[in-house]
Design a protein. Structure first.
Length: 741
């Protein structure tokens, strides 16, 4: 029994079964042989399926079918019995791996669930999902009510079978849908986003429906009060996840990542959290898969380390648990039942009802949501893939006793057929779909974002002292963090005075000064409504201890190190040992604020200068400048200093033409970036042999210089001759955005 506490019980029972099996010397070698065969067969056939334009899941499922009773069992019955013996202890070992695989697959599915995309197109996607679930569910439920008694589970509970069949027919496979939409390069198109968002909503609703259905299965009957309690428990659990759950998961990930020194500590914490949440849902009388799925959703919603976590988990799940689970599902399907013409006809009817119900439901929802007929047809085609989700649902139903072996095989067949035909149908429906002007404009802006680096930053580390430079750096960092709701961690550096005097009161006043600077920076951005409304900035504090340096803290997953401190350079423009020691060994993006004269946070309407060289790091400097300018309502001057050409005759003339074209391309790109940030920008071109003189001349008329530079190798921090000359000869604040060469 796997309803409610079933999966947890199976996992708990597995060690006992394995211990009992230990007396049989052949148990462990057979188990290893089973895993190896399932892995290799699943991988090879998954690879073949992918080369044929099908999802790898189909190949892994086919591997199990080939090794199952339908083919391998018919051709080599004795060999199959040796490899997959019918003994209970042997089956329990594979079953435990399979059930753990379900939890991990749902964890990964949750991490991949893009709630931001759902929020973006929520109205249309919700209509499509509601209609796309309701119609096929009604069809499946009606079919279940008229199934032959021979297809009902051992309990003979027709209502339970009908509920399970309706649920199985109503859910689309988000993995398959997203794969095809991505392959068609439609993921960023309006229709592609509606298709994927609808599949996400259906997937989420499906696991809630499964939980309710299995709650009924665990009681063996429909009790109104129990059903109300189950539904209320689910609502309470979901409410907790989306209120206190998100900040708690974020803080857990951050604390484990920043504190633990052992490898993959964050992955261990997430797996433990998954187990706790699975037990919570089991305690509510709900299926454990809902807890695993919601754990993944909360991890995916965490503002830090999401891509890193997903990459580490994906390797384990895709390499081991996916092939084993789907091959195990294939092993459970017995296609010999299709020797019965009546069951073959019923399966064909099941496929037809599932396809028509899903297509009609999704299309009606799309038309109601204001989409065109052609878009509605594409949505209907896209929602018809059942794939991996259906296999998981059917496997849970079989283990819970809600489905017979024959009905399980029929559902697996339906999932395979709909998944095989969905990609070519969706490709045909999406081909040549026209693009509106508004959509084209949005895609152009997103292309600009894709080439930026601020959009990829998840964490910012701020290392500052309480000097005027430190306070200004804190304010600028607050602007950048506030623009994206980016978590910000402060490392307090001692000032020259504090290095000589380290009372507690001095430390506390420094912390307050840094916090006020960050708060002021974030608030100045939030005061003006922007297209992407910023969220609250989570501010935390770190203090180098146990011999940890700033760089060792930064290496814990920070994407940007922001540094501001007094006495950072000598009068001749060279950086001091103090700042060199702070950033030594850091390989990420460094934002370093320096100033020789008066230094205060720029006010609204300020003027920012951005020197350009046409390099990638120069563009990063411009992007930071525009992000600051949008928050401050400032204007930006983009200054391109071109090397002086001695002559325009002969070959040099052709070189001059190429140079001018390069300058125009750089400035055009910068103006597009300015337009994306909604800032006022001016462009200037200077032709000089040395760039520092015109930069200093223009800097005198501006409040802040933001300059992208490369960090040169060496014992002392060196950002190039131009940067050194600017530091030596201009007293105003300069923000260097530095990349390691």
């Amino acid at each position: 029994m796997l309803g409610g506490m079933g999966i947890v019980a199976a996992l708990a029972a597995a060690p006992a079964a394995a211990a009992a099996a230990a007396f049989n010397p052949s148990t462990e070698p057979v188990f290893i042989a089973e895993i190896v065969v399932l892995l290799v067969a699943g991988r090879l056939l998954g690879e073949l399926a992918q080369r044929l334009g099908q999802p790898p899941v189909m190949g892994q499922l086919l591997a199990g079918i080939l090794l199952g009773p339908s083919l391998f069992g018919v051709a080599f019955p004795h060999l199959r019995e040796m490899l997959f013996p019918p003994s209970a202890e042997q089956k329990s070992m594979l079953q435990a791996i399979s059930q753990l695989g379900i939890l991990l697959l749902l964890l990964l599915t949750g991490i991949e669930t893009d709630l931001a995309l759902v929020r973006k197109v929520r109205a249309t996607a919700l209509l499509v999902a509601l209609s796309g679930v309701a119609v096929p569910f009604a069809c499946g439920f009606a079919l279940g009510e008229y199934l032959p008694a021979s297809l009902l589970a051992g309990t003979g509970n027709r209502l339970l079978t009908a509920l399970f069949l309706g649920t199985a027919l109503s859910i689309s496979s988000i993995k398959i849908v997203a794969m095809v939409v991505r392959d068609m390069k439609f993921m960023r198109r309006n229709l592609g986003q509606v298709i994927v968002a609808s599949a996400i909503i259906e997937d989420t609703a499906g696991w809630i429906m499964i939980s309710i259905t299995l709650g009924i299965a665990s009681r063996g009957t429909v009790d109104v009060m129990s059903l109300v309690k189950t539904f209320a428990g689910i609502l309470l659990f979901l409410a907790g996840c989306f209120t206190i759950g998100r900040p708690l998961v974020f803080r857990l990930i951050r604390w484990v990542n920043d504190t633990a020194q052992s490898e993959f500590a964050v992955i261990t914490a997430i797996l433990a959290l998954m187990g706790v949440m699975a037990l919570m849902t089991a305690g509510l009388g709900v299926q454990t898969v809902l807890g695993a799925f919601m754990t993944g959703v909360l991890v995916g919603e965490s503002p830090i380390l999401t891509r890193h976590i997903e990459g580490q988990l994906r390797g384990l799940i895709v390499a081991l648990f996916m092939p084993v689970f789907f091959a195990m599902a294939g092993l459970g399907a017995d296609f010999r039942i299709f020797g019965n013409a009546h069951l073959l006809l019923l399966t064909a009817g099941l496929i037809l009802i599932a396809s028509i119900g899903k297509f009609a439901g999704a299309a009606v929802g799309a038309l109601t949501g204001g989409l065109s007929t052609r878009e509605a047809i594409a949505l209907g085609c896209g929602m018809n893939a059942r794939g991996s989700t259906e296999i998981i649902v059917a496997s849970i139903g079989l283990a819970a006793g809600a489905l017979t072996q024959s009905l399980f095989t029929m559902i697996v067949t339906m999932a395979m057929i709909t998944t095989i035909f969905m990609p070519p149908m969706l490709r045909a429906a999406l081909a040549g779909l026209p693009m509106s002007r508004e959509e084209r404009t949005r895609l152009e802006r997103e292309d600009i974002d894709a080439r930026g680096f601020l959009s990829s930053i998840e964490r910012l580390l701020l290392a500052v002292d309480t000097s005027a430079v430190g306070k200004m750096a804190a304010g600028l960092a607050g602007l950048i963090a506030g623009a994206r709701g980016m978590p910000l961690t402060i490392v307090e550096l001692p000032t020259a005075k504090a290095r000589r005097k380290t009372e507690e009161s001095e430390t506390q006043s420094a912390k307050c000064a840094v916090e006020s600077g960050v708060a002021a920076g974030a608030a100045s951005l939030q005061a003006e409504p922007q297209e992407d409304q910023p969220t609250k900035v989570d501010i935390s504090h770190e203090k180098p201890s146990d011999g940890r340096t700033v760089v060792e803290i930064a290496d814990k997953g920070f994407d940007l190190l922001f540094v501001g401190m007094e006495a950072s350079h000598t009068p001749d423009g060279h950086f001091t040992r103090n700042v060199t020691n702070i950033v030594r060994g850091y390989r990420g993006t460094l934002a370093l604020l320096v100033a020789s004269g008066p230094c205060e946070m720029p006010k609204r309407g300020a003027r920012i200068l951005v020197p350009l060289t046409g390099t990638a790091v120069s563009r990063r400097g411009a992007e930071v400048a525009f992000a600051l300018a949008r928050a401050l309502q400032a204007s930006v001057t983009a200054l391109y200093v071109s090397r002086k050409t001695e002559t325009r005759r002969g070959p040099a003339r052709g070189l001059g033409i190429l140079t001018r074209r390069s300058e125009e391309a750089v400035l055009k790109d910068i103006m597009q970036l300015a337009d994306r940030y909604g800032t006022e920008a001016f462009t200037k071109i200077e032709i000089k042999a040395s760039p520092d003189a015109p930069i200093r001349r223009y800097a005198a008329k501006h409040d802040l210089v933001v300059m992208g530079v490369n960090r040169r190798p060496g014992e002392v921090l060196f950002l190039g001759n131009t940067a050194g000359a600017l530091v030596a000869h201009w007293d105003g604040p300069i923000l260097f955005i530095a990349e390691a060469e």
